[in-house]
Ligand binder design. Structure first.
Ligand code: BG6
Length: 487
């Protein structure tokens, strides 16, 4: 029997950065949009002692800092009534006792539905998950139990497998919601709509018409206060294994027969299965890395660190649709602009009857999916310049979310993901096989950059377009990095 009158979101890591910056602001917004069930309560768990009111006060201050324009006394008052706090060290024996007592008191004898959110450092996942399991808190009596797990999910294939084993010792796969916040972005989900709710693009979405695909996630921010974590991860673990590969699956997958979480995830796994796994020798020519100037002086970073803050790689998707089409992926920190986009470079027409000026090449069709910040789609094609003989010039057909939906700003991705987890919709969460396969692809690439004979990451200036070696990687193949979303 499910107790429908009780629904609790339990946040482990209640006094952490993720809770203050993302989780509480997203839940607050959802509440303002009237999307949270009335009975939903949020209980924060962390080690330091706090009374409920003191905890609410702390979160209110954080909200005013992170959402100054959206903060409203009345709305906060209504939301804060949902908030509670329980002290406890969830990694120690007996550390969940207070939480159990709180749940018993608030849920009553009938139990209730619970979403556990691990907003803690990843090294604490195994102990907290084991504690929940051993204390009977993963058992679905009185309602479902779901577990939301943040990235990074493992450090490599072996550790991801080990973590999956531990978690599945206490929870079923169907109870697990592994977050990749890129999947919570509307523009990433729109890739599915763009491809599978239109007839125009799918017939040309293959190696017969596409020359290459580029996926860029550029950030202006440096590592900031996360130097210690970042220096042990680097850009390949921090961005490629998850976000960039997830975007790649959305671009490259076949149309699922049905829009269910498993149909969708099956297709994504098939794409990852088709990505060529290199060994650390062959990987060498397919990957270049960079490090921004001054990175080694960041707090928490080793002074002789070789951790890449930028990487560009070439991957192949070895299946019927994509055979021979290179997928170029790049991402870096401290760059000249914050820009995430996918560019599809189409092949050129098989024959061009128009004479081009000597030395001029035709710019063949391009399509860009602008993930952020100016969300939209741009299609680049040739036009005839008016009042001239047959002169060609490329032009853009542009769709901007901002203009098309002026009253519907793009939400924070955590809003979608939290709501989906509460509603039991796992479309946008990663299954264990996806994660493990992604590590299988990345491990040899990472190994290639960590070998003693690997070239050190090339330095690039802060605020630049990244290291020169990334341009050379493409130039060597007669291509160049493209951006249509940048204005
Ligand atoms: C996180 C990474 O997963 O994604 C960060 O750990 C990165 O290093 C962030 O800055 C980028 O997310 P977004 O949504 O700002 O592109």
């Amino acid at each position: 029997m499910t107790n429908d009158s009780s629904l609790t979101v339990v946040i482990f890591g209640a006094s952490g950065d993720l809770t203050a910056r993302k989780l509480i602001p997203s839940l607050y917004r959802l509440d303002r949009k009237k999307r949270l069930p009335d009975e939903l309560r949020i209980v924060g768990v962390a080690r330091s002692p706090f009374a409920d009111d003191a905890y609410r006060q702390k979160l209110r201050d954080a909200l005013r800092e992170f959402l100054p324009r959206e903060y409203d006394d009345g709305a906060w008052g209504a939301f804060a009534r949902r908030l509670f706090y329980v002290a406890g060290d969830a990694t120690t024996r007996g550390g969940l006792d207070h939480l159990k007592a709180w749940l018993q008191q608030h849920e009553g004898a009938g139990g209730g539905r619970r979403l556990y959110y691990l907003a803690v450092s990843p090294d604490l996942y195994p102990k907290i998950v084991a504690g929940l399991g051993e204390e009977g808190l993963s058992r679905e009596d009185g309602g479902w139990r779901r577990l939301v797990i943040e990235k990074p999910f493992g450090h490599d294939l072996a550790s991801a497998r080990a973590l999956n084993r531990i978690i599945r010792g206490h929870f079923d796969e169907a109870q697990l919601y592994r977050i990749d916040h890129y999947l919570g972005k509307d523009t990433v989900q729109n890739v599915l709509v763009f491809r599978f709710a239109n007839t125009l693009f799918e017939p040309v979405w293959n190696h017969n018409f596409i020359d290459s695909v580029q996926i860029t996630v550029a950030e202006t921010v440096p590592v900031g206060g996360r130097g210690d974590y970042y220096d042990r991860s680097g850009v390949l673990r921090d961005m490629f294994q998850n976000h960039l590969l997830q975007v790649l699956t959305m671009v490259a997958m076949e149309a699922p027969a049905k829009f269910t979480a498993d149909h969708l995830r099956n297709e994504k796994v098939k794409v990852l299965d088709a990505v060529t796994v290199l060994d650390s020798d062959t990987a060498c020519g397919q990957i270049v890395t960079g490090q921004y100037a001054g990175y080694r002086s960041e707090k928490g970073v080793r002074p002789d660190s070789k951790t890449p803050t930028y990487a560009a790689i070439k991957l192949g998707v070895d299946n019927w649709r994509w055979r021979g089409v290179p997928f170029y992926l790049r991402s870096g920190k401290a760059m000249d602009s914050r820009l995430s986009e996918v560019v599809i470079q189409f092949l050129c027409p098989p024959h061009l009857m128009f004479p081009l000026p000597p030395g001029q090449m035709l710019q063949c069709n391009r399509l860009a999916i602008c993930i952020q910040p100016d969300e939209g789609i741009h299609l680049n094609f040739q036009t005839k310049v008016p009042d001239e003989a047959m002169t060609l010039k490329p032009a853009d057909l542009e769709f901007h979310y901002r203009k098309a939906y002026p009253d519907r700003p793009i939400p924070e991705s955590y809003e979608r993901l939290l709501l989906d987890a509460i509603n039991g919709d796992a479309h946008l969460f990663m299954r264990s096989d996806e994660i493990e396969r992604a590590w299988e692809i990345m491990d040899p690439l990472i190994a290639a950059t960590e070998r003693p004979d690997a070239p050190p990451p090339q330095e690039y200036p802060v605020g630049s377009a990244g290291p020169k070696c990334a341009d050379e990687l493409l130039a060597g193949e007669g291509r160049a990095w493209l951006s249509l979303c940048r204005h």
